[in-house]
Write a protein that binds this ligand. Sequence first.
Ligand SMILES: [Zn+2]
Length: 316
Amino acid sequence: MNRVAFVCHPDYLLHAPPFEHPESPVRLAAILDHLRATGMMDKMVPITPAYAENGDILRVHTPEYLHQLESACRRGDLTLDAEDTYLCGNSYSVALLSAAGAMAGAEAVIAGKARRAFCALRPPGHHADRNTGMGFCLLNNTAIAARYLQARHGVSRILIVDWDVHHGNGTQSIFLEDPSVFFFSIHEHPSFLYPGTGRRWETGKGAGEGTTLNSPMSPGAGDDEYRNAFEQLLRPAVERFRPEIILVSAGFDCHKDDPLADIQVSGEGFRYMTRFVVEMAERHSGGRVVSLLEGGYELKSLTSSVEIHVQELLGT
Ligand SMILES: [Zn+2]
């Protein structure tokens, strides 16, 4: 069994919606209950992150945006964008703590304290761009972890695999012109599904041309279509890129029971995807995988899929 870090903080429950909303603390509470009840929690090494230093966040986000976010929370604004990205008085500090959790997971893995990490974070991050939060996301946890690994540990090639059912537009945008970070997203399309980006022809820009790879999936696609995309698109790309570490934007809203989209991945689909990432990491990246929770809104499928995901990270 491999040593797997479990990164979480009790304050992640303090970012709470002021109105009915799918991204609520209940999600994380259900994951914690399930991992405890199934004994999976006892198999992992717990890590409780400390608050992030500003410099670690500013590698990704602008000071203006951080100021805007902090002020909005202090003023008592209910949303960031007048749409679906809610705020409460705690949201700014919990977002910093969520980003800190991503960095703590990355640190544990790159320093060899754990072979892999599962970071049970909220708020999620992959829609957040440098100067804007959106789609329930305030700070881009995965991007902040990637920049941390580069700046603090000199990692030069990082692969991000984003299987949340929504396109990781924020992460794509942050690394669009950066050849040191390969971004793969598999998500539902066409464009009526949020956020509408992630077409096949979005492949990077400038020096980063060729290190963005999108696999849009039609409504109704499931395990077979996902397996084909991983084997035919992602596998050759990983073989060429040879990442030193793999980060996963692990959204569980592509499960067939999730209400926010129409993709039909099963629990066994999450087993396959996790095994694939672990196998690639064993071949190229010293086994190093840092998985970060993104979406997943139907509690039963969310918790059972997280359990399968953790099993495969452990290699049990
Ligand atoms: Zn999502």
